[in-house]
Design a protein around this ligand. Sequence first.
Ligand SMILES: [Fe+2]
Length: 298
Amino acid sequence: MRILSEPLSIEYLTIAIAQLPETLRGLKLVHLTDFHYDGLLLSEKLLAEAIEACNQVKPDLVVLTGDFVTSNPKPIRKLAQWLSRLQSRSGIYAVLGNHDLHFSRSKAEISAALTNVGIKVLWNQIVYPVGAGLALVGLPDFWSSEFNPAPVMEQLEDTVPRIVLSHNPDSAEPLQQWRVDLQLSGHTHGGQVVIPGVGSVPSWLHASREKIPKFLWPWIPFLEAKWPRVVKHWQWSQGLHQVGSNHLYVNRGLGTFPPGRWHCPPEVTVITLEPGVPFHQKSFTQMQDDTHQKPLLS
Ligand SMILES: [Fe+2]
């Protein structure tokens, strides 16, 4: 596994959220995603390191955005034992990914195993783990027939800041209809193979496809017919993005598909919240002054 993956990277970012209560300034979240715990795609060493990194920052909240397994849901029992070591002041919350819905039994088995170790699985649900001043929304996977954000999002008061957990970043497109202060997603693995200065290979190929003769597309990875379905918005393959008035952060995940990762290390994300003007609404002068604000990553 070591040859396929890269050493763990811990990404720190601070996000300003309008109307966040002053009492929640400094709230620390850890985001983990895309475990693909199946004996092949994630080493136990890397998993142990990620859990240790999470516990070291003493988070207020831990959020997990799906793809716990790859196809067979059986390994979730052992993964849940690993995840029971996660420490969080105000709870651990999860949503499921497309791989967690592979078989008809998968959703129930995975949800039960996580619930048994105290991880709350959100499926079209809103919770307030740190009080009424911040909502946490958990959506079904974007490809699930039950992905229908309207009845959930419309329960929220307009003035209440909200973080939305949604496995697939493509869901940011329909979610623009509602206020989303921060969407946390995974699914893309960051594109896995990144050329420095160019970006991830899938996003580069996707952006350049019009220059490639169409008859060659079926033979080129990421341009084959199935790929637009796997990921539509490759430009959101990792990092922080503004989508309309909303913000999306895409974590590169922990598991790795063949052929492996290159300049795209597996990730644990540590997010600190503060009340304030969201990044995209700041003037250039404000941005220069705002030395602690990490710039948009791509
Ligand atoms: Fe996925």
